[in-house]
Ligand binder design. Sequence first.
Ligand SMILES: Nc1ncnc2c1ncn2[C@@H]1O[C@H](COP(=O)(O)OP(=O)(O)OP(=O)(O)O)[C@@H](O)[C@H]1O
Ligand SMILES: [Mg+2]
Length: 257
Amino acid sequence: MAFSEKKRLQLESKIMSYRYRNKDSDQRKTYDEVFDEKTLLTLYKMMTSEVIDTLDFPLATGKEGNVFRANTMDDKPIAVKIYRVSNSTFKNIQKYIDGDRRFRGVGKNHRRGIYLWAQKEFRNLERMHKNGVTVPEPVACDNNVVVMEYIGTLEQPAKHLKDVELDDPQKIFDHLLGQMKTMYQKADLVHSDLSEYNILMIEQDPIIIDVGQAVLTNHPMAQEFLTRDVKNIIKFFNKHGVEADNAEVIEMIRGET
Ligand SMILES: Nc1ncnc2c1ncn2[C@@H]1O[C@H](COP(=O)(O)OP(=O)(O)OP(=O)(O)O)[C@@H](O)[C@H]1O
Ligand SMILES: [Mg+2]
């Protein structure tokens, strides 16, 4: 049997098993949506070009997509984020698409909009990674599939900031502000959905994830998004006894103080 044919069958049986393991019919529907025909083709292509060897198991089901743990040919774990090509995904990303000239002309073509969106996440990851923000290292992107470094140990994926006991909250807070400053000043980006849910922890070190919606600092909504990000982070750390002033933190991130 040809190499790619074998991989294709392996992948198909894996997907079938996800599907049937799930008694919940909503979950099943989600899998049908995620693995539509075109997405399967994209995954086969990534297997043929040896970006992915095997798709191992689901890590999370998000609003817009699913994240899987996979393996490379040289047996390194990677994370594969697959955006669902659906109306609801398109609706959720719309407010970030408006005002971004890269999406001009997408109109009602949802599939194209979602492909561009995945590409935007990949490019944002590249831009942040290159400029020293601790995000998963980008690996590859094709259509609605983004492949990146897997954050976690072999036994389990990294926990979210919200679920970790913090040894020194002030230190982690300061570290995160430094990351936000680097993101703003060096990568020229505002995350725009930053919270304790989109930060993973390796030991006591934060890794920022979910950067699809990050916008350039000159985006018409950038300052509003930055204000919201800062508010979320301060609110979370307040609960851990850290005090900070929103306006001062924003100024610091923008480099005005
Ligand atoms: N690189 C990674 N390594 C390990 N786990 C990851 C990685 N990327 C994402 N995850 C897991 O998958 C979850 C969903 O990923 P992400 O936040 O990027 O997607 P999303 O579709 O926007 O999800 P949500 O709607 O929950 O915000 C994360 O909260 C995390 O648990
Ligand atoms: Mg998320």
